[in-house]
Write a protein that binds this ligand. Structure first.
Ligand SMILES: *Cc1c(COP(=O)(O)O)cnc(C)c1O
Length: 452
């Protein structure tokens, strides 16, 4: 170490001196003395390390306080924070899938902030069941005899396979032995649940006969997994649901459907392909259907099982049901979301559906307002549903397109803001889709983009 480096190290202020300064006292006031001390110590350690590495610019007290303040702010804020989704991907799994409706948010606050009737019957004053709260709405909306809500659709599958098929065979089309995403693979889930997968047919075509021929005394279920996140085109044949259910019942077996997204409305009404519904699977004779709460349904993360009462009762009694049970905040949000469907206001009130149904003119007008205020141009583009729903289906949209000197650097700056802004990059442009920007976030978005 040179003499000048040693001299610089000695001239750095002490933690105590920094804490006694105006800026230091403000930090202690805001974050508490212990955390402020830690932040200042770590800023000083960094400054020392830089000096030793040969950087001889001496950090001023003001710079040290700024460094500590930024680090403390980031630490206290944490890593799970709201973001502005300007990508146009409506059900963005990495960004938390479905934003909740106002009613669902209020319901979460209502039960989360105090005590509730989660497992309490106010009529008798005795014990109630958490499973009852969403059940009536789900049976009314889907026409099923009974319903059960668990942590997510993956958990629903583990539960149903363990309860109905452990140590036995599950017959599935080879074309449906798929990976859903996030490391979730049907063959592996089967193995973990103790069921034996029997693949029938070929990757592109499976006939009714293939199912019938695979049935043995060890068969527990015939299963369908909806190919929710990819599309096969060309010489393709899936066995109709009615045929699978008929063959199952002819052999005294159940037919079970993993629907994935599970829409409760007809997505074809909004210029998209038709996403299969639980009502259709039940009407085709399926005995049990599993789907997600936070995909096209537009609610909280949940796994929803609907079907025959005898089966649902069996699942409710299984020990794993306790391990995958839904939390009170999930149940409150789900009930509030389902109530929108019941009241016939789902498309107006549920953000996912409102975004899908939003008229192009409306989106174009918003993009034009942004361009007027911020510069850039409005170009035609496409939004997607995402979240493993409706693969390849696009909704025409209008985008604000900006061309900063470096698109990557600008996108990184947008992500570094107080409320990170997530945009798309294409051909050196940064693109903002108004479709997925929530009402309350427009101002923060504009402020974040300003001065690009
Ligand atoms: C998304 C999906 C799942 C998993 O649902 P989660 O609620 O995310 O656990 C299972 N099956 C299919 C077909 C899916 O699309």
């Amino acid at each position: 170490m040179t003499a000048s480096q040693t001299h610089s190290l000695r001239r750095l202020p002490s933690v105590d001196a920094l804490l006694r300064s105006g800026g230091g006292m403000a930090l202690a006031e805001r974050y508490g003395r212990a955390l402020a001390t830690e932040g200042l110590r770590s800023a000083l350690d960094d400054a020392r390390a830089r000096l030793r590495a040969g950087d001889d610019a001496l950090a001023s007290s003001a710079a040290l306080l700024d460094t500590a303040a930024a680090a403390l702010h980031a630490e206290v804020r944490g890593t799970l924070t709201p973001v502005i989704n300007a990508t146009g991907v409506i059900i963005h799994t990495n960004l938390g899938r479905a934003p909740l409706s106002d009613d669902a948010i209020a319901a979460v606050a209502g039960v989360g902030g105090g005590y509730s009737t989660l497992e309490f019957d106010v009529k008798t004053g005795g014990r109630g069941s958490r499973l009852l709260h969403p059940e009536r709405l789900l049976t009314t909306l889907t026409g099923a005899e009974a319903a059960l809500v668990v942590n997510n659709c993956a958990a629903a599958l583990v539960l149903l396979l363990a309860a109905l098929a452990r140590g036995r065979e599950v017959v599935l089309s080879r074309g449906q032995s798929v990976e859903i995403g996030g490391g979730f693979r049907i063959p592996e889930i089967m193995a973990e649940s103790g069921a034996r997968l029997v693949e029938v047919g070929t990757t592109n075509r499976t006939h009714a006969d293939d199912y019938a021929r695979a049935i043995t005394p060890d068969t527990a279920l015939l299963m369908r997994v909806h190919s929710s996140n990819f599309k096969q085109i060309g010489f393709v044949e899936e066995t109709p649901l009615e045929d699978i259910a008929r063959i199952a019942h002819a052999h005294g077996l159940y037919a079970v459907d993993d629907l994935g997204s599970g829409a409760l409305i007809d997505t074809a009404a909004y210029g998209l392909a038709h996403e299969p519904t639980p009502m259709e699977s039940l009407a085709a004779g399926f005995d049990l259907v599993a789907f997600s709460g936070d995909k096209l349904l537009g609610g909280p993360q949940a796994g929803i099982l609907v079907g025959r009462k005898a089966i649902i009762d069996q699942l409710k009694r299984h020990p794993l049901a306790r391990a995958v049970r839904a939390d009170k905040m999930t149940l409150a949000a789900l009930v509030a979301t389902l109530r929108h469907y019941r009241k016939g206001e789902a498309v107006e009130r549920i953000p996912v559906l409102r975004m899908i149904a939003r008229p192009l003119d409306d989106i174009r007008a918003q993009a034009a307002r942004w361009a007027e205020a911020l510069g850039g141009t409005v170009i035609a583009g496409e939004s997607t549903v995402g979240g493993g729903s409706l693969p390849g289906e696009m909704l025409p949209t209008a985008l604000l397109a900006l061309r900063p000197p470096s698109a990557d650097a600008f996108a990184a700056k947008l992500r570094a803001g107080e409320t990170p802004i997530i945009a798309r990059i294409a051909d050196g442009q940064v693109l903002f889709d108004p479709r997925t920007v929530l009402d309350g976030q427009e101002e923060a978005l504009m402020a974040g983009i300003q001065g690009y």
